[in-house]
Design a binder for this molecule. Structure first.
Ligand SMILES: [Zn+2]
Length: 272
């Protein structure tokens, strides 16, 4: 989720988001292309994570330079209009989601490198996953404790890993179903325990929303700010209180609670 501690959010995430939004607006208006960052400027300004992945839109991951270039080109392309309707990530126009069988068996480990916080992360993951699982019986996250001692992206016994990270760039970050296995992890910074009225379970639920394919709700035009790109498809009407909506992007919820619209979106994408 967002970058850490409320103040740092504006410093970290919002800066990047603000520059992307500016690029998009000036492109769509046919304004001076000098306002649009070049790819080189964009790449240079993009945070490179501990595993070499690029972090975009605050807490989402792009695998390598080729994919970052593709991301940039979509970002500066003229926008399409969406009139209605949690939103799902799309890749080349196709929904970015798990197969029905995989969605029922989303296995993960929680690294023992969390140390004394290991059990707390296990509990927060369970709480976060439970919100989506309560929405639809077609989605099931499965913790595999036997893999916690070797919990990395290289462990093929699980679909994804949950690992600690030390960073000031974000509280946690996640991946999409289309992300290659080598970068399919949820990374969690210690600041998750000091994030004000954002409960750890809700923060991880937001991250698990990405792992199911859901995009930031605030990229929709109704938010009026924090635009990311147009590579998504609406599932429900816009909800400024969605758990996938950054509160600081004109959101109407300050506590990042899971909403009925989030449950509805999950059912639209995966079935009820
Ligand atoms: Zn996010």
């Amino acid at each position: 989720m967002l970058s850490s501690r409320i103040h740092k959010i504006s410093a970290g995430v919002a800066c990047l988001v603000a520059s992307l939004a500016a690029a998009s607006v000036s492109t769509s208006a046919g304004a001076d292309s000098a306002d649009v960052p070049t790819y080189q400027e964009f790449e240079a300004s993009t945070y490179v994570d501990v595993d070499g992945a690029y972090v975009v839109n605050g807490d989402e991951v792009v695998s390598g330079k080729h994919d970052l270039r593709t991301f940039y080109e979509r970002l500066v392309a003229p926008p399409q209009t969406h009139e209605d309707g949690l939103i799902v990530n799309t890749v080349n126009g196709v929904d970015d989601k798990w197969s029905a069988s995989q969605a029922l068996n989303l296995t993960y480990c929680v690294s023992t490198r969390f140390g004394t916080r290991h059990d707390d992360i296990v509990a927060a993951m369970s709480a976060g996953a439970g919100l989506w699982e309560a929405a639809t019986s077609k989605v099931n996250f499965v913790h595999v404790p036997a893999q916690d001692g070797k919990c990395t992206t290289r462990n093929n016994a699980i679909l994804f890993s949950v690992e600690p990270v030390s960073t000031s760039q974000y509280i946690a970050r996640a991946f999409f179903p289309s992300t290659p296995k080598r970068q399919r992890n949820v990374l969690v910074d210690d600041s998750i325990w000091a994030s004000g009225n954002w409960e750890p379970g809700d923060i991880l639920s937001h991250e698990l929303g990405h792992t199911l394919g859901f995009r930031h709700e605030h990229t929709r035009p109704e938010s009026g700010t924090c635009f990311e790109d147009n590579n998504w498809r609406p599932l429900t009407p816009y909800d400024s209180a969605s758990i996938m909506h950054y509160p600081q992007c004109n959101g109407s919820s300050s506590d990042l609670e899971f909403q009925a619209s989030d449950a509805e979106g999950a059912r639209v994408l995966y079935g009820s």
